[in-house]
Design a protein around this ligand. Structure first.
Ligand SMILES: [Zn+2]
Length: 184
């Protein structure tokens, strides 16, 4: 139960949890955290395995600008941005909506952006048995921006390249070119 702990935080910061505006806050915060950390209860591998299609296609597939919202595990403050997820299939392709679901399952846990990037890439690589996977995450971290540390407007970019995305310069280049095209 999260509610008594939220009440304790309110008291610790000098608030009065019994004043009208805060009466329902512990319950609301508890419900919000349930959603924001719902990724712990979900198996990322099951999401992929339930949506594989055999397809004779061996070109790059890119799902762009997947919005994500996560919580940094150091401050429990949000970091959020967009994920770019690409892969080159070997035997199987996956429904595009599942790529967004995969990002969401990892985002809805306490995270560091670097680990989240690697988790998305390696889960896809393993479960799809793909020729290669490339993942780029761009995010703003409120723990940096709100607390005024480092550069106020800095965006953190992380990437994970596996298989042919790591070994073939041409593949990496194609990925980067696709990411830059049609930027509106
Ligand atoms: Zn942080």
């Amino acid at each position: 139960m999260l509610e008594p702990h939220v009440r304790a935080i309110l008291e610790a910061i000098g608030e009065d949890p019994s004043r009208e505006g805060l009466l329902k806050t512990p319950a609301r915060v508890a419900r919000a955290y349930e959603v924001l950390t719902s990724g712990y209860g979900q198996d990322p591998k099951a999401i992929i395995n339930g949506a594989l299609f055999v397809e004779d296609y061996s070109e790059m597939i890119l799902c762009r600008d997947i919005d994500f919202f996560s919580l940094c595990e150091h401050h429990l403050l949000p970091f959020f941005g967009k994920a770019q997820v690409a892969y080159i299939p070997k035997h199987h392709i996956i429904g595009l909506s599942k790529l967004a679901r995969l990002v969401e399952v990892f985002a809805r846990r306490l995270q560091v952006q670097e680990r989240m990037t690697t988790q998305i890439a390696s889960t896809l690589m393993e479960e799809l048995d793909a020729l290669g996977v490339g993942v780029v995450l761009k995010a703003e971290h409120l723990c940096m921006r709100m607390r005024g540390v480092e550069k106020q407007n800095s965006v953190v970019v992380t990437s994970a390249m596996l298989g042919s995305f790591r070994t073939r310069q041409a593949t990496r280049q194609e990925f980067m070119t696709l990411l830059q095209n049609n930027r509106g």
